[in-house]
Design a protein around this ligand. Structure first.
Ligand code: ATP
Length: 433
């Protein structure tokens, strides 16, 4: 098994990620998060929120709807030529090319990486649905292909209701849907996925400065959660990769077991979004420059991450089977589904069980997600928790009954130390801050 296959297998076996509707044979590009996967992805989202909203910059969180009027997608350019023309996609690097733009001998080969191209397909990235009882052209609607459009359509309402002056940002986490031609690499490329995006609205002359600022902030976010420096890089887009409206853009990339790939886009989108939505909606979204009195459209500097891709990054980074005896998921404690597991040393001693249950209950009601295990021998219990990334395993033994101390075993070093049961919360918090 290669490393990705091992991760897929562990993810299913231990309740992180399941193939969507597996009992019906699955559905391409769709996955479901199991109990531990939900904990992991919620922790990722919580850390993203902490990184976005617990900071001096003025950034608001919203939650916009998945369904929007069709004009939104016309304004954004998603339904215009280029998205609906016959396209061929590279099976290797996933770049798409207009079939009519490829010359004769290149028709089956990717001009960028030489990979094999799919057959030309009439291609609309957006997933279609119908709103209302009659299914005809007038009821056609789309599931959003990106969360960002929900932020532009609310720009004026946010600005007015929150008395916000630029620069300010708006962030949101939510589902997005894309008819990917070639979903794959597990949760890397899905048809239903989740984005964590922030749009920072700035004066045009400040866009470059904020582009660098957000690029660094976002790189540091991954590093701070345990991604190794040599596995992360920022790759500026080449001229022909830039969207026609973009002033500057690049990808944060991670070295997955299947190579370097994008995990987050950092884009200076210029004034494309607000000017297009002004034009299509008839609502003026421009601002007045106080000094010159002239009207202008704010520029948008965007950080666009995928929650699922981030989950795959952290799983790939954490997966460690170098020790022949045990498989360890070395997740950052902030991301670990369980913060600790509580064991009674022996499962047939009622007073030990009662003591361990007290510790378990006390941590649980204090907001720590902790696991309970009294099956089999203690070594097996350790390994079982190592596999799901639990940073500490706490054992209550006979000494606990005498002096209220427990042993805390560290997942990565396997070292044990004795600490007072009522100091566990402080002990964990030190690492979770
Ligand atoms: P790609 O080139 O890989 O298709 P993209 O450039 O189209 O990605 P963006 O539109 O910039 O991606 O979306 C921003 C982020 O949303 C990506 O960096 C990624 O983390 C996430 N994302 C996009 N498409 C998918 C998908 N099909 N499955 C999972 N995550 C996705």
């Amino acid at each position: 098994m290669n490393k990705l296959e091992k991760i897929v297998s562990l993810a299913k076996r231990r309740g992180f990620i399941f193939p969507g509707s597996e009992i019906y044979g699955g559905i391409s590009g769709i996955y479901d998060y199991g109990p531990l996967g939900v904990e992991l992805i919620n922790n990722i989202k919580q850390e993203w929120r902490r990184g976005m909203f617990n900071r001096p910059e003025n950034i608001f969180e919203i939650d916009s709807s998945i369904l929007m009027p069709r004009q939104v997608w016309e304004a954004s350019g998603h339904t215009s030529a280029g998205f609906t023309d016959p396209l061929q996609e590279c099976k290797k690097c996933h770049r798409r090319f207009r079939a009519d733009h490829l010359s004769g001998q290149e028709k089956d080969k990717c001009p960028d990486c030489g990979g094999e191209l799919t057959k030309p397909k009439k291609f609309n990235l957006l997933v279609e649905t119908h709103l209302g009882p009659v299914k005809d052209e007038s009821s056609l609607a789309y599931l959003r292909g990106e969360t960002t459009q929900g932020i532009y359509v609310n720009y004026k309402n946010i600005k007015t209701s929150m008395s916000a002056d630029i620069p300010f940002g708006v962030g949101q986490i939510g589902k997005a849907f894309r008819n990917e031609i070639t979903p794959g690499h597990f949760i890397y490329r899905m048809r239903e996925f989740e984005q964590m995006e922030q749009q920072y609205f700035v004066k045009p002359e400040e866009a470059d400065k904020y582009f660098d600022f957000w690029k660094n902030e976002r790189m540091n976010w991954y590093l701070g959660l345990g991604v190794k420096k040599e596995k992360l890089r920022f790759r500026p887009h080449t001229k022909d990769e830039l969207a026609h409206y973009a002033k500057g853009a690049g990808d944060i990339e991670y070295e997955f077991p299947f190579g370097w790939h994008e995990i987050e886009g950092i884009h200076n989108r210029g004034d494309w979004d607000l000017s297009r939505h002004s034009q299509f909606s008839g609502e003026d979204l421009s601002e007045i420059d106080e000094k010159t009195g002239k009207r202008f459209f704010p520029f948008v500097v965007e950080t666009s991450a995928g929650a699922d891709r981030a989950a795959l990054v952290f799983l790939a980074e954490a997966y460690d089977d170098s020790d022949k005896k045990r498989l360890v998921l070395k997740l950052h404690p902030k991301l670990s589904p369980y913060k600790a597991a509580i064991f009674p040393l022996l499962a047939n001693k009622p007073d030990l069980i009662e003591k361990a249950k007290q510790v378990f209950r006390s941590l649980k009601v204090s907001g720590f997600n902790v696991a309970w295990d009294d099956r089999g021998n203690i070594g097996k219990r350790y390994y079982s928790q190592d596999e799901v990334g639990t940073p500490w395993t706490i054992t209550c033994d006979f000494q606990t009954l005498e002096d209220d101390t427990v042993t805390a075993r560290d997942r990565d070093t396997t070292k044990q130390e004795r600490i007072k049961a009522d100091e566990l919360k402080i002990y964990f918090e030190k690492f979770l801050k």
